[in-house]
Write a protein that binds this ligand. Structure first.
Ligand code: PGA
Length: 250
């Protein structure tokens, strides 16, 4: 059994430093100490990471929403994994569907996974179909994302990588509908099967999988219980301290 992990993806929120300070204060009140049973990770926008480190370091683990594709040089607008390690970042979300939409390809993501592993930062690789068609082609789609994203990675590193299943149709306020825990569990089993075949490994318990997509305080427990996952990747609800606390549980 892995330790449960709950990741909050704050995306491009909050919208000012002033709001960030208010939010961080609320979080530090709500989470005075580290949770013994769960690794709780928050991923604020880059610019608020130093502030988050100051306010939340005692109670929460810091993550980032992406990293640059190289370590240094002429890469305008990018932030390297070393810079993030310096700021105390220990997890990084790689290949969120909102980043893939901006043109991040599987091979870019593969590079980012290797970079973060080399710096001791845990990559959280997001995979998931845009929609579910009657011919079930989403299975092949997810397989491709996994195999391309993990290409050339040493199988010993699999225990240091987290996969997040995020069906795009279930994400955000415009989601088509919520996924069911059964749909989640089916894909989690499939993800483990694809990875174990691709790497030719027997011990699929090494592979940690999260679920993300409209997770809130009402459905979190049922996904954790029946979704076959080791934790959750939470968007909107992670910006509300009381909802996030309920999602984390005891
Ligand atoms: P949501 O976002 O929880 O707001 O649906 C999840 C995600 O995009 O990771």
């Amino acid at each position: 059994m892995h330790k449960k992990i709950i990741v909050g993806n704050w995306k491009m929120n909050p919208s000012s430093e002033k709001e960030a300070k208010v939010l961080f204060r609320l979080f530090s009140k709500m989470f005075p100490n580290k949770n013994k049973n769960t690794d709780v990770v928050v991923c604020p926008p880059f610019v608020y990471i130093p502030l988050a480190k100051k306010e939340l370091k005692k109670s929460l683990i810091l993550g980032s929403q992406t990293i640059g594709p190289e370590e240094k040089g002429a890469y305008t607008g990018e932030v390297s994994s070393s810079m993030l390690v310096d700021l105390g970042v220990r997890y990084v979300i790689i290949g969120h569907s909102e980043r893939r939409m901006l043109g991040e390809t599987d091979s870019i993501l593969n590079k980012k996974i290797k970079l973060s592993l080399s710096k001791g930062v845990t990559p959280i690789l997001c995979v998931g179909e845009r929609d579910r068609d009657a011919t079930h082609s989403y299975f092949a789609f997810i397989k491709e994302q996994l195999e391309q994203g993990l290409l050339g990675i040493n199988k010993k590193s699999l225990k240091d990588i987290i996969i997040a299943y995020e069906p795009v149709w279930a994400i955000g306020k415009d989601a088509l509908r919520q996924a069911t825990p059964e749909e989640c569990q089916e894909i989690v089993i499939y993800i483990k099967k694809v990875i174990s075949e691709f790497f030719n490994i027997k011990n699929i318990t090494d592979i940690r999988v999260l679920y993300g997509g409209s997770v809130d305080e009402k459905n979190a427990e049922i996904f954790l219980k029946n979704g076959g996952v080791d934790g959750l990747l939470v968007g909107r609800a992670s910006l509300e301290p009381s909802a996030f606390k309920k999602i984390i549980g005891k």
